[in-house]
Design a protein around this ligand. Structure first.
Ligand SMILES: NC(=O)C1=CN([C@@H]2O[C@H](COP(=O)(O)OP(=O)(O)OC[C@H]3O[C@@H](n4cnc5c(N)ncnc54)[C@H](OP(=O)(O)O)[C@@H]3O)[C@@H](O)[C@H]2O)C=CC1
Ligand SMILES: Nc1nc(=O)c2c([nH]1)NC[C@@H]1CN(c3ccc(C(=O)N[C@@H](CCC(=O)O)C(=O)O)cc3)C=[N+]21
Length: 297
């Protein structure tokens, strides 16, 4: 069986077009959504994402405010910037790029963001709301993954879902979203015994591990839908250029799965599209306007 390749890049372009149309309508009412991105330090991968976010924010017609701070920025200075962005009426969304340098307390910093501007959905208020099924800001990567799953499978009620990874930014929110959709959810992690046997139960596999090509086709139930969140830069033997691979061994998985997201071109572009969608949602909520349809969980 050859899997359907889920085109996250094309789907993300559609989401951005929808966001762009809504932004045009808002601008006609004198409202321009604004997204502030804060980057502390010089992590090269983070630089790439922040550049892409900036470009795509401008493309959908929003204002983009970039704040680049040196790696050694004191915590108090970062907290002061967040307070300033919270108070700034031109700013509807705030994202602090993770990971932060080790001397900064990420939990403290994230929870200093006004939860209504927390377009990453990482603030404890938004986490609590997501878990209890209240309206919240939903983390971008899980939201984008869910959009792709709904588009390929329709109703998710009753499906067996296995999420590999239990991080606060991907695994846990993903598992909660799937639970809300009526899936029977298993969260696997580094202490899980016999991961292949756990994965074999799944109609839906979400891999968010950070281990290149770990999930093998032999682990999958034939026809399963595979969402590969992993972004790993590897140096293939004999090649001179680094290559981006996911957490799934693409060729063996594609031979068994019913559908699979590629890396690159799968979940990654959806993450940025959902960041823009969340910024639009935050803007609409702030002005008491109807929320965009189909862009929230
Ligand atoms: N596409 C996108 O937009 C995004 C992609 N990513 C990518 O997704 C991946 C995961 O990111 P993130 O959640 O932040 O990573 P973390 O490192 O925070 O979490 C990784 C999780 O994988 C688990 N794990 C590690 N090794 C194994 C193993 N051998 N078997 C089973 N589980 C294991 C860990 O378990 P334990 O908790 O027990 O240690 C942990 O829960 C990375 O490749 C990252 O680059 C991340 C964000 C956005
Ligand atoms: N506060 C915060 N929020 C995040 O959402 C966040 C973060 N910090 N830190 C880092 C991770 C990672 N992340 C990605 C975003 C886009 C791509 C993406 O666009 N990937 C392209 C390829 C990009 C490339 O070529 O490097 C693709 O998969 O096709 C990947 C990964 C967001 N993250």
């Amino acid at each position: 069986m050859a899997a359907v390749i889920i085109d996250g890049k094309a789907f993300a372009a559609k989401v951005r077009a929808q966001v762009g149309a809504a932004v045009t309508a808002l601008k006609a009412q004198g409202i321009t959504p604004g997204l502030a991105v804060v980057l502390v330090g010089e992590d090269p991968a983070s630089q790439v994402y922040v550049r892409n976010k900036h470009r795509q924010t401008i493309e959908v017609g929003m204002n983009s405010f970039e704040h680049r701070l040196p790696a050694e920025t004191p915590e108090a200075d970062l907290l002061a910037l967040i307070a300033q962005l919270n108070a700034d009426t031109a700013v509807d969304g705030i994202l602090v790029q993770l990971p932060l340098p080790a001397h900064l307390n990420a939990e403290l910093v994230i929870n200093a963001i006004d939860p209504t501007k927390d377009v990453d959905g990482f603030h404890i208020d938004n986490v609590g709301k997501l878990v209890t099924g209240q309206k919240s800001m939903v983390p971008c990567t899980p939201l984008g993954s869910l959009m792709l799953l709904r588009d390929s499978l329709g109703d998710l009620n009753g499906l067996e879902a296995v999420v590999i990874g239990r991080s606060n930014i991907v695994g846990k929110p993903m598992a909660n979203l799937l639970l809300q959709q009526g899936c029977t959810v298993t969260i696997a992690h580094s202490r899980t015994r016999d991961l292949p046997a756990v994965v074999r139960r799944a109609d839906i596999v979400v891999a968010a591990v950070g281990r290149p090509e770990m999930v093998k086709g032999e682990w999958l139930k034939p026809g399963a839908t595979v969402i590969d969140v992993g972004i790993n830069r590897i140096q293939p033997a004999g090649a001179d250029k680094a290559k981006l691979v996911g957490d799934c061994d693409f060729d063996s998985c594609a031979a068994v799965a019913g559908a699979i997201t590629p890396v690159p071109g799968g979940v990654g572009p959806m993450t940025i599209a959902c960041l823009l969608a969340n910024t639009l949602t935050a803007t609409c909520r702030r002005y008491g306007l109807p929320e965009p349809v189909g862009l929230t969980a």
